[in-house]
Design a protein around this ligand. Structure first.
Ligand code: AVJ
Length: 322
């Protein structure tokens, strides 16, 4: 297998302080990226196969229907994917490019080594003309260390992972991509749209309880990382759409009064009913998106969606080059 280039900065010291302050806060939370350790990345793949989780299925369908048009529009020599996961969805696009273009370099950028390996195994044997490069890093901290493309690069950020970022971080992230882009580069962004709350809520409360497992796994991750003693049985999975903020908020809700010893040996009391935020997943309207794009200096070239308008793909260009 190709070597994994690690461009992530080691921030262990500040991380520990960060965890303590997030947990001591009146509104408790945990860093969302800790949901995606090896097991978490696998559980997320399983969520994508549940009946209720319409996102992946819908996006894949939009991609398949429009891959030819997208490829004709941008004809990339390089594809750079943020948060590539298993790269299953991207396969369609890569296959289309290989048919048209002779050679393609695919950069898979992810925080999880497991995900990078899955991506490699998914793509490795497709064609001799495909070069797969693996880069380990975190979207927000490491984007500044990504090298610009050599020619005609297509950036991908699929799966509505953008929805995990609050508005400020989302603008910043998109701006960084716009700055990274050369004149001929394009950017394909996948986002989940606002819709009937019932449909959104059930996507994050699947009957098989996989999302529940996924959410609770964050406790094992931080227990290991910071030698904490959170117990899964003291928490329940709570995911609900907040219509004011247009986002799913996923919490772990304490079922008992209990306390946790923090890394600085302080005791943290957690009351019954108290909630720890583990993830937000924003559902975007056209207005929110056009506001985001203009603030980030991105311009919409094309917009692809499904019949029900559940999900959208936006093909974007950097406004640096009028
Ligand atoms: C991978 C961030 C897009 O927000 O829908 C799925 C993660 N969380 N079920 C999402 C997730 C709970 C997912 N993203």
């Amino acid at each position: 297998m190709n070597k994994i280039e690690n461009i992530s900065f080691n921030q262990n010291i500040s991380n520990e302080e960060n965890i303590i302050s997030l947990l001591k806060n009146k509104r408790k939370s945990l860093p969302t990226q800790y949901l995606y350790d090896d097991l978490g990345s696998k559980l997320f793949e399983k969520i994508c196969d549940t009946e209720e989780y319409y996102l992946t299925r819908t996006e894949k369908q939009i991609l398949e229907l429009n891959a030819s048009e997208i490829v004709n529009e941008v004809l990339p020599s390089e594809i750079f994917e943020f948060g590539s996961g298993s790269s299953k969805k991207t396969k369609t696009l890569i296959a289309k490019v290989l048919k048209k273009n002779k050679k393609l370099t695919y950069f898979s950028f992810d925080i999880s080594v497991k995900a990078l390996k899955m991506s490699y195994h998914e793509l490795d044997k497709i064609s001799e003309n495909l070069d797969v490069q693996l880069i380990k890093g975190d979207f927000n901290n490491d984007i500044k260390r990504i090298k610009k493309g050599k020619k005609n690069r297509l950036y991908l950020f699929l799966g509505s992972t953008l929805g995990n970022f609050n508005n400020k971080i989302a603008i910043n992230f998109l701006k960084n991509i716009a700055n990274l882009m050369n004149k001929e580069d394009s950017f394909l962004l996948g986002v989940d749209k606002v819709k009937d709350e019932k449909i959104i809520n059930s996507a994050y409360n699947d009957r098989k309880g996989i999302t529940k497992k996924f959410n609770k796994n964050i406790l094992n991750v931080i227990n290991k990382k910071y030698k904490l003693n959170f117990k899964e049985k003291n928490f329940l999975h709570n995911a609900k759409f907040n219509s004011e903020k247009s986002q799913i908020e996923m919490y772990l809700e304490s079922t008992v009064d209990h306390s946790i010893k923090l890394p600085n040996n302080e005791n943290l009391n957690i009351e019954k009913g108290e909630k720890i935020l583990t993830e937000i997943s924003r559902k975007f309207s056209e207005n929110t998106l056009s506001d985001l794009f203009s603030k980030a200096n991105l311009e919409i070239k094309k917009n692809y969606s499904d019949d029900k308008k559940y999900f959208s793909l936006y093909l974007l260009k950097s406004m640096k080059y009028p």
